[in-house]
Design a binder for this molecule. Structure first.
Ligand code: COA
Length: 258
């Protein structure tokens, strides 16, 4: 089964569909690599003018695969988050020049939520639920969310979302300006594609220059990605995060009888 499906649509839109429903679209290294390559190739292509991220019904993404996080926690530098496909994807995401649109139905946890902060347009179903439980897991925010979220919603709200991991329902996410519109689930991807098609049809030079102006200080965004990655690496190796990650993973295993 393909866990990431890339479809190039009419009108210059590349649709990236997360497809690992049995694990709620939790992202593995291979999935990050596919998405990173799809974004880099979109930037290099004259035919592609916009990208849409979509998930499966009721699940955008459960975030990073937590078993992969455990595997990234070894003592060697090459085991760490800094060397992971996740960070390589995040670096690409933060520097992608092609406009990106997200269609969020259901759960969007961790990178599933922070990815949206890099998208130019975000549409959500009424069932969308964004959550960033980094600190709860003994980790720190990633994907420049520690910089972008306070900028978008103010520091106090960002503290609730990033430190207390308070979930955001679709309507509130829209009220806070993190979502453009809340749409019925069966229209969501279609509408995201329609908006992406409009972006792709705009004069490319004007679009790229305007997008860069709207996005703000690119160097700050990239600096936040790197600062977070250093802190993330250190936390991932800490007993507190290892305990939290192990607790989630052991939860799903059948009890062993002795
Ligand atoms: N990494 C690895 N596996 C995950 C996962 C993740 N991030 N999220 C879900 N899964 C797996 C579950 O272990 C379960 O696997 P199993 O069927 O083999 O037991 C399967 O996906 C279904 O998940 P489940 O928890 O039963 O679904 P749910 O609808 O009750 O809850 C979530 C969905 C997303 C709320 C819940 O799975 C969750 O909290 N996941 C962790 C999210 C997270 O912390 N992500 C990292 C953020 S930094």
């Amino acid at each position: 089964m393909q866990t990431i499906i890339i479809s190039d649509l009419e009108g210059g839109v590349r649709l990236i569909t997360l497809n690992r429903p049995d694990k709620k679209n939790a992202l593995t290294g291979a999935m990050y690599d596919s998405m990173r390559e799809a974004l880099a190739a979109a930037d290099a292509s004259e035919a592609i003018g916009a990208v849409v991220f979509a998930g499966q019904p009721g699940m955008f993404s459960a975030g990073n695969d937590l078993a992969d996080f455990m595997g990234n926690a070894g003592d060697n530098a090459e085991d760490g988050f800094s060397a992971s496909p996740a960070l390589a994807f995040i670096r690409q995401l933060a520097s992608t020049r092609t406009p990106m649109v997200a269609a969020v139905d259901g759960i969007a946890v961790g990178i599933g939520a922070t990815l949206c902060l890099h998208c130019d347009l975000v549409y959500a179903s009424p069932a969308a639920r964004l959550r960033m439980p980094f600190v709860e897991l003994g980790l720190v925010p990633e994907a420049a969310s520690s910089y972008l979220l306070p900028l978008r919603v103010g520091r106090l709200r960002a503290t609730e979302l990033l430190l207390l991991s308070r979930p955001l329902e679709a309507d509130e996410a829209q009220a806070l300006g993190l979502v453009n519109a809340v749409l019925p689930a069966d229209m969501l991807v279609e509408q995201a594609i329609a908006q992406a098609t409009k972006l792709a049809a705009l004069p490319r030079g004007a679009l790229a220059a305007s997008r860069a102006l709207i996005r703000g200080d690119q160097a700050q965004i990239e600096a936040a990605v790197e600062a977070e990655a250093r802190a993330f690496d250190a936390q991932l190796r800490s007993p507190e995060s290892q305990e939290r990650l192990a607790a989630f993973l052991s939860r799903s295993k059948p009890a062993t009888s002795t």
